[in-house]
Design a protein around this ligand. Structure first.
Ligand SMILES: Nc1ncnc2c1ncn2[C@@H]1O[C@H](COP(=O)(O)OP(=O)(O)OP(=O)(O)O)[C@@H](O)[C@H]1O
Length: 255
């Protein structure tokens, strides 16, 4: 696919992408078009290739075949930090936080990195003394952590750690967020909070969310892609996916 073929409302175009581990095609000829502002859920059983797909999109794992365009820019071979500069952020199955620092400091570092480049150093005095910026105040409110700004990240509950990780991604003012199982390990109450939080994110931010919890994914997704053995085996609206026999079979343990 050439840039000329890009549809203007697509933030991300993935064309025939393959990601390998030796002889295993963990992501096997995957194509997707994600519209600006879309909430796309990526479902699939363990080992389907979902996290590998995110690693290909974030530049953490090399694309063996195919192309990826972000806002019409070919990012297929681009370094991860340059993708961040273009507004792409991802979260991980296990939240990656600075556990010894406060919530405020974690958000500040993230904002600093996005504004000044990830290879620049944030002076320690600036980290501990700088006033709360408007962005950090807004982000903390968005992710429900205003009252926890002075708490140490390492002491937060699992749910709040998830909220902080999403906050850190938001502090860099992303255009696209890749969220890897944000609801994993959350209590039912924390899930509701997270679901509300995702529902309230600005529509300018495009979301791709890996989810195991089909019900949760179907609540907020505009469109759902289901992966199995590295391939997209179903793609459709939440109701299409709920009615798809192949998807049901996979989730009931079939092949
Ligand atoms: N570092 C690695 N080295 C070799 N094989 C890997 C590696 N990471 C993943 N794989 C394999 O690639 C395939 C896809 O794994 P991946 O983690 O992308 O799946 P997933 O859908 O994210 O699964 P889960 O829901 O369990 O996280 C699996 O067969 C897995 O064993």
């Amino acid at each position: 696919m050439t840039n000329k073929n890009m549809k203007h409302d697509n933030t991300l175009e993935i064309e025939g992408v393959v990601g390998r581990f030796g002889g295993l095609a963990a992501v096997d000829n995957v194509s997707m078009c994600i519209r600006r502002g879309e909430r796309r859920a990526v479902l699939g059983p363990n080992g389907a290739g979902k996290t590998t797909l995110f690693n290909l999109l974030a530049g953490i794992h090399p694309v063996a075949e195919g192309s990826v365009f972000l806002n019409q820019c070919d990012i297929t071979k681009m370094a991860p930090n340059r993708r961040v500069d273009l507004g792409l952020r991802r979260t991980y199955q296990n939240a990656k936080l600075f556990d010894g620092l406060t919530v405020r400091e974690n958000l500040l570092i993230s904002q600093w990195g996005a504004t000044n480049g990830w290879t620049s150093c944030l002076p320690f005095a600036q980290l501990s003394q700088s006033p709360i910026t408007e962005i950090i105040e807004n982000v903390a409110e968005q992710v429900g952590l205003t009252d926890a700004l002075s708490e140490t990240a390492g002491a937060l509950s699992h749910g709040k750690r998830r909220q902080l990780e999403i906050g850190m991604a938001l502090a860099g003012e992303p255009i696209m967020l890749l969220l890897d199982e944000p609801a994993a390990g959350l209590s039912p109450a924390e899930r509701v909070l997270l679901s509300n939080l995702l529902g309230m994110l600005a529509r300018e931010i495009t979301l791709i969310i890996i989810e195991h919890d089909v019900d949760l994914a179907l609540q907020y997704a505009d469109w759902v892609s289901v992966m199995h053995n590295g391939k997209i085996i179903a793609d459709g609206s939440p109701s299409d996916i709920m009615d798809n026999d192949h998807v049901r079979m996979i989730y009931m343990g079939g092949t």
